[in-house]
Design a protein around this ligand. Structure first.
Ligand code: UDX
Ligand code: UDX
Length: 457
């Protein structure tokens, strides 16, 4: 089957970049992205895109109006499509059964109900959102309930892109995963989607599996990545207690070919829209299946992350003579990682809340995420300033706390920062990002993660 028109429901961090790359690499396919939020669509059509992602703007400018369109959803658009991607958000439930753990699938279901009456015969539905296993089946049930018409194949095609490198991850993926029903129609549909990706992805990297394996692979991949971070962070706590150096341990461990060097950087903890959500989801599903030990195992990865954030926040307070009340503290970096303005589940949120509970006065700097930071801390009690100039944020402060390893932080004039601060001045490097010996020489009392502190006190 030849795909000529694609529509994607959900113009977010996943839907937007994915569709832009498909449009770029498949000039003969018309790609339209729709969203219930008209403001988002207007932003995609403006000079300032709603998300920041390196390389995205160039592609959008190249394709927009040619074969890439951003519109509000309409039945006519659905009716024209050969393939419908569903890329709406699936946050952790904030109510009812499974609150705080299960995925909230209401947007996914709404999308399925919305497209159902308008789909043209044979149109393929592709589930892009990260969802618990068997959601494709649920979508299929909604699409076909009491319907006499032809069945629409539902594929699972989870996204493995990481923010900040989304375009590269899409253009050169390690693998593309397509899950399909094990029927001739399902397999034909999977082939049609594989043909779209084969415009730029080598065929051997396109894996066809059954639907449930595909859905579960996404959860398993994210859970294992997060587990590596929690593992090394657990070791970082031990290092601080015993004077070993977690950087040296990461290197030594990562040089083992069987383990490999990636995702072994100790730090303040992982954040982002996926890891916590997917771990909680995985553990919820396991519990539901009666696998209590398995559920507890994966929940432990989340617990270790929370422990790391709390532990470091306590350290920030205890090293400053057990009080930060009324002290100004500069926070450098609020995004959950560099290269993005995204602050979803950023460790900075928990650190800032903890410091505000201790009545510190915060001045937050981030090169991209100040707007989101303002939103995240809305309603939190305490004194918080959002400062676009890092030098102003640090002026008169007792401590700088680095929580996102933005490259620009390495270029700061630390002597100047030091001179503008209260004494003794503290530097908490929550990402082990800077030259600690150099900071110490300037006069800072330096507290890295998983390494000995360098203090003058
Ligand atoms: C994606 C995946 O869908 C999610 O499962 C994964 O775990 C993280 O990445 P993401 O693209 O990051 O989600 O979410 P978001 O940026 O919030 O975008 C979702 C978009 O869907 C929003 O713009 C929202 O307005 C839109 N939406 C939501 C709809 O168009 N219709 C709905 O019914 C609900
Ligand atoms: C992740 C997965 O990498 C991606 O494949 C999936 O599709 C979505 O979830 P993302 O959340 O964008 O992507 O970012 P990622 O680069 O994986 O980082 C997640 C968090 O882990 C960040 O807060 C980062 O700072 C932290 N991290 C990462 C560490 O603390 N140490 C590391 O060694 C690596």
């Amino acid at each position: 089957m030849e795909i000529k028109k694609i529509i994607c429901i959900g113009a977010g961090y996943v839907g937007g970049p994915t569709m832009a790359v498909i449009a770029d690499r498949c000039p003969e396919i018309g790609v339209t992205v729709v969203d219930i939020n008209p403001e988002r669509i207007a932003q995609w059509n403006s000079d300032k895109l709603p998300i920041y992602e390196p390389g995205l703007e160039e592609i959008v400018l190249r394709c927009r109006g040619r074969n890439l369109f951003f519109k509000t959803a309409s039945p006519e658009l659905i009716a024209e499509a050969d393939m419908v991607f569903v890329s709406v958000n699936t946050p952790t439930k904030t109510f009812g059964e499974g609150e705080g753990r299960a995925a909230d699938l209401q947007y996914l279901e709404k999308s399925a109900r919305f497209i159902r009456p308008h789909l043209k015969p044979g149109a393929i539905v592709v589930e892009k959102s990260t969802v618990p296993v068997k959601t494709a089946e649920a979508i299929s049930t909604i699409l076909h309930f009491e319907s006499q018409g032809p069945r629409h194949p539902v594929l699972s095609n989870p996204e493995f892109l990481a923010e900040g490198t989304a375009i590269r991850d899409l253009e050169e993926p390690d693998r593309v995963l397509i899950g399909c029903e094990q029927t001739p129609e399902g397999q034909l549909a999977a082939q049609a989607l594989a043909d779209v990706y084969a415009h730029w992805v080598p065929r051997e990297r396109i894996l066809l599996t059954n639907v449930w394996s595909s859905e579960l692979s996404k959860l398993a991949a994210n859970a294992m990545l997060a587990q590596r971070i929690s593992s090394i962070n657990s070791i970082s706590a031990l290092c601080e207690a015993t004077r070993a150096d977690v950087g040296e341990i990461s290197r030594a461990v990562g040089l083992d070919n069987r383990i490999g060097p990636q995702f072994l950087e100790a730090g303040i903890g992982f954040g982002g829209s996926c890891f916590r959500k997917d771990l909680l989801n995985l553990s919820y599903i396991c519990e539901h299946e009666g696998l209590l030990e398995v559920a507890a195992y994966w929940k432990g990865v989340v617990a270790m992350n929370d422990f790391q954030i709390e532990r470091y926040t306590r350290k920030i307070v205890s090293s400053q003579f057990n009080t930060v009340a009324a002290k100004k503290i500069a926070i450098f970096g609020f995004a959950y990682k560099p290269g993005t303005d995204d602050t979803r589940d950023a460790p900075a949120i928990q650190v800032c809340q903890g410091l505000l509970r201790e009545q510190a006065r915060l001045a937050i700097h981030d090169p991209k995420a100040l707007e989101n930071a303002r939103y995240d801390l809305k309603g939190v009690e305490g004194e918080v300033a959002f400062e676009p100039d890092p030098y102003k944020a640090a002026e008169g402060s007792h401590a700088i706390v680095l929580l996102t390893h933005w490259p620009e932080y390495r270029k700061l004039d630390f002597q100047r920062l030091y001179e503008s601060m209260e004494k003794p001045s503290f530097f908490f490097d929550g990402r082990n990002w800077l030259d600690h010996a150099a900071l110490h020489r300037i006069g800072f009392n330096v507290y890295p993660i998983g390494k000995e502190s360098l203090s003058h006190i």
